[in-house]
Write a protein that binds this ligand. Structure first.
Ligand SMILES: *Cc1c(COP(=O)(O)O)cnc(C)c1O
Length: 407
């Protein structure tokens, strides 16, 4: 083993020794990244087909975002919400104009944005809809992923997320994803909201039947129930629209955003909602020490500017269609299905050929980094700044890998 390889092995060993083993990373040590590319300590180059679960839609180290980050950090970074800043208003105004919604509550992580949505929906049920105290219910979808707090994993249908973490708060019901009739049948006078992902990311990039969101919008209107969408992963260009719900021409009553909102450099999230929902929060009712800091606001605004000015939404639509067509044309016996929208594709691998993990390890050896979700799905979700040439290169490597496995 050469010296650098042993440094790499040491880095993995030290991390394993000291870090909670709540992830199972691929055996690669990233030391640098730029755009859609990442490098390990030995100078090997990898194409990032994962974009940190869509936190890096604008690419690694985007110069405009780095400039906003460093300029703002050196002026004023964190002041808490005890004082006003000159950055928060413009950031949230931009976010509201983009979403067509009326107000926003800034947070940090995605899970916090979802928790904010849950609090807003419950208060709205009591104070606006007239539901009796502590009786509000929120309907969620089977296979959902909304984060890792105890309340949120309490309404997950994935045992690995829940096992040993109870007791969980009540007030949630799990309904099959994509089934509007089951959702409508579950609505009672106590239903505050329906909370779903427009496309389920962690579940394996599951696209619901056409018209799902339009029909949910309709039953929410008819029953006076809030439609809250978690677009933490699907939003900000990932699916070839600014927001995945725009594919169906609807507007939610509340929207959770995160991941790419932080420009690939820090956690920035928000719950954005219509006026009567966001107005449920008064002083003291909710908060976050770091949420909406001048630094987060400056970075968030720069991330939105980059997505808009570089046409990344359109780029996601075009390159996504191109990738979908190329994967279909591979005609590989190892591929059982390709799902997704925009630059967000899940490839279902035939378990008789290999596990998705095995394919990801072989891809890593070829310089392509992605991650499996569950045992059979490989996720391809590169930074939206990726070039067509680089994308084609990754698809060629994938084709080679599958050809070797099925030879
Ligand atoms: C990642 C994700 C979250 C949680 O975001 P964190 O920043 O990890 O807390 C919530 N919802 C969806 C759809 C996600 O993909």
């Amino acid at each position: 083993m050469d010296v650098r390889a042993s440094i790499e092995a040491d880095a993995i060993a030290v991390e394993k020794r000291w870090c909670a083993q709540n992830y199972k990373p691929l055996p690669v040590v990233i030391t640098r990244a730029e755009g859609a590319w990442m490098w390990d300590g030995e100078g090997r180059r990898y194409l990032d087909m994962m974009a940190a679960y869509s936190a890096v839609n604008t690419g690694h180290g985007h110069p405009r975002i780095l400039a906003a980050l460093t300029e703002q950090a050196s002026r004023v970074a964190v002041i808490s919400r005890a004082f006003h800043s000159d950055r928060l208003g413009p950031f949230l105004e931009r976010l509201c104009r983009l979403t067509g919604l009326d107000g926003a509550c800034p947070m940090n992580t995605g899970a916090e944005a979802v928790e904010t949505a849950i609090k807003a929906a419950r208060r709205w049920a009591y104070r606006v809809k007239g539901v009796a105290r502590d009786q509000a219910e929120i309907l969620v979808a089977e296979g959902n992923f909304h984060g890792r707090t105890t309340a949120i994993v309490g309404f997950s249908s994935e045992e690995a997320y829940r096992d040993g973490f109870g007791p969980f708060p009540g007030g949630f019901r799990i309904i099959p994803f994509g089934d509007v009739d089951a959702m409508e049948a579950a609505i009672t006078p106590n239903t505050a909201a329906i909370l779903v992902e427009p496309i389920q990311g962690e579940a394996g990039i599951i696209v619901p039947p056409d018209g799902y969101l339009r029909r949910l919008r309709d039953i929410c209107d008819r029953h006076n129930v809030l439609l809250i969408l978690d677009e933490i992963q699907s939003g900000l260009g990932r699916t070839g629209q600014w927001f995945a719900h725009q594919h169906e021409g609807i507007r939610p009553d509340g929207l959770c955003l995160g991941k790419a909102l932080g420009g690939g450099v820090m956690p920035v999230s928000a719950f954005v909602a219509r006026r009567d929902v966001i107005d449920m929060f008064g002083p003291g009712s909710h908060g976050s020490t770091f949420g909406g800091s001048p630094l987060a606001a400056a970075v968030g605004l720069a991330a939105l500017d980059v997505i808009e000015d570089e046409g990344l939404v359109q780029r996601s639509a075009e390159l996504g269609a191109h990738m979908m067509a190329r994967l279909a044309a591979l005609n590989s016996p190892a591929i059982r299905a390709v799902r997704g929208r925009g630059l967000w594709l899940g490839v279902e691998i035939d378990p008789a050929v290999a596990t998705a993990r095995h394919v990801c390890e072989r891809l890593m050896e070829q310089g392509v980094l992605s991650k499996e979700t569950h045992d059979t799905t490989i996720r391809f979700a590169p930074p939206l700044v990726i070039s067509r040439e680089d994308l084609d290169w990754a698809i060629d490597r994938f084709a080679d890998t599958l050809a070797k496995l099925t030879a």
